[in-house]
Ligand binder design. Structure first.
Ligand SMILES: [Zn+2]
Length: 433
């Protein structure tokens, strides 16, 4: 997967006041469009859709396709299908006015219909804007599907500032957690020899540093801070395209997020925004990373030899998966069994860790906040992150930590701990702290 550099000229990304005024000219001159459709819901129509419609209408007719959802819109086969029925034949461009869900749905449609699309974010809730993949629920499971990059992004900072604070705060959770995904990638590099794309990581680091600076200087909801956050969320999408996978922007914190979103989708957990579940995941992983790599290698080795801290038995794990994943459990149990490491594999991992323990401690030192720093940062952002305060009970938290890695095939610290038989130990340690 390559970034289409021709599509992403500087003119294609505008994050400023009055950014929307550039849309009609871009549609006409850069894309040669005459029949666009504007995708939004009732809220995002009010937030920015109406303004976009007025501006575009001065140049060409525009059809408004309103996503009908009672409260929170969901990217699933139903909403993709209903929008498909609503779009007129002859439509030559899609304009997504909204945040994560609307952008994800539009991106899939644009890909399937081979149409260009432009993104008009109405809040900084997630890093979905400049992505080339779309997470969509199909039969209740979140799948990441191939989708289309936007031809341009027009983010009006005045609109971003007016978005509900909870929505904007969620974006900080999604963006400021990138140190976890980065460290997970290095872990997989050591354990599995998975190649790390350093360029894609660099793309995120600069906006990450300036976002934290602005957050400390102006607070979370200042236009300047939100502008930098939006730049970071866009850069995060680019980094995914450059790496050809979501690795640079999504690790164990996103496995946890996907797991909670799976539960929300089944109606078994109350609703949280994507960025909020990522913040929760990042909090748990920050603590686990710090606990693990605070150990000297010899202490870690002793922990491995201590039979008292070993994982629950395969039978207990089966029971846990059956209870947690219900109808989907068979597939998940089979997959988990297939992945179970043999003695040789475990010996290999332990050897690799012994050689690279100091290096990994450096990775953690450079990329993972201390729990205190993390709490401070999230409190400043206004995003919830503490699972207990968010209403999760200790057994639910251990389900989250033990089951989350089954949501995708990425190798993260959660997978490593499971292979070594230490996952339950660190889950219980987090709960007890
Ligand atoms: Zn995310």
């Amino acid at each position: 997967m390559e970034i289409n550099k021709k599509e992403f000229t500087a003119a294609g990304i505008v994050i400023s006041q009055s950014a929307l005024e550039r849309i009609p000219g871009f549609l006409e001159k850069n894309l040669n469009i005459s029949h666009p459709a504007l995708i939004c819901d009732e809220n995002t129509y009010k937030a920015g859709g109406e303004a976009v419609k007025k501006l575009v209408q001065e140049k060409m007719p525009v059809k408004v396709c309103m996503l009908g959802c009672s409260e929170i819109c969901k990217a699933d086969e139903k909403s993709v299908g209903s929008l498909l029925l609503d779009i007129d034949a002859g439509t030559d461009c899609l304009i997504a006015v909204g945040t994560g869900t609307i952008t994800d749905i539009t991106r899939i449609l644009a890909y399937k219909l081979s149409l260009p699309f432009i993104s008009v974010p109405t809040g900084t809730s997630a890093d979905a804007f400049a992505s080339s993949v779309s997470p969509v629920f199909i039969n209740n499971i979140k799948k990441t599907l191939q989708a289309k990059m936007p031809a341009a992004i027009f983010a009006d900072t005045a609109i971003l500032k007016n978005a509900p604070e909870r929505l904007n705060a969620a974006g900080f959770g999604d963006f400021l957690s990138k140190g976890i995904s980065k460290s997970d990638w290095y872990i997989s590099n050591i354990v599995n020899d998975e190649e790390v794309n350093e360029e894609s990581l660099k793309m995120i680091q600069k906006p990450l540093d300036s976002c934290i600076k602005k957050l400390n200087k102006y607070g979370a909801f200042h236009e300047e801070t939100l502008k930098t956050l939006m730049e970071g969320l866009v850069a995060s999408g680019f980094s995914i395209a450059l790496a050809g996978s979501s690795r640079p922007a999504s690790g164990s914190e996103h496995q946890i997020s996907h797991f909670i979103e799976y539960k929300i989708n089944l109606g078994k957990t109350s609703f949280f925004y994507h960025g909020e579940t990522v913040a929760l995941g990042a909090y748990i992983m920050t603590s686990i990373y710090q606990n693990l790599f605070a150990l000297r290698y010899n202490d870690f080795r002793n922990l491995l030899l201590d039979r008292g801290v070993k994982n629950e038995s395969a039978e207990t794990r089966d029971e846990r998966f059956s209870r947690v994943f219900d109808d989907d459990s068979k597939k998940i149990i089979d997959h988990w069994k297939e992945k179970k490491p043999d003695k040789k594999r475990i010996e290999k991992i332990v050897k690799l860790l012994s050689v690279n323990w100091k290096y990994l401690q450096e990775v953690v030192k450079n990329n993972i906040y201390s729990t205190h720093e993390f709490e401070e940062l999230m409190n400043k952002s206004g995003v919830p992150f503490n699972p207990v305060k968010m209403g999760f009970s200790p057994p639910e938290i251990s389900d989250i930590i033990i089951c989350a890695k089954e949501m995708n095939d990425k190798y993260t610290l959660l997978n490593l701990l499971d292979e070594l038989g230490l996952l339950e130990f660190f889950a219980f340690r987090f709960i007890k702290q």
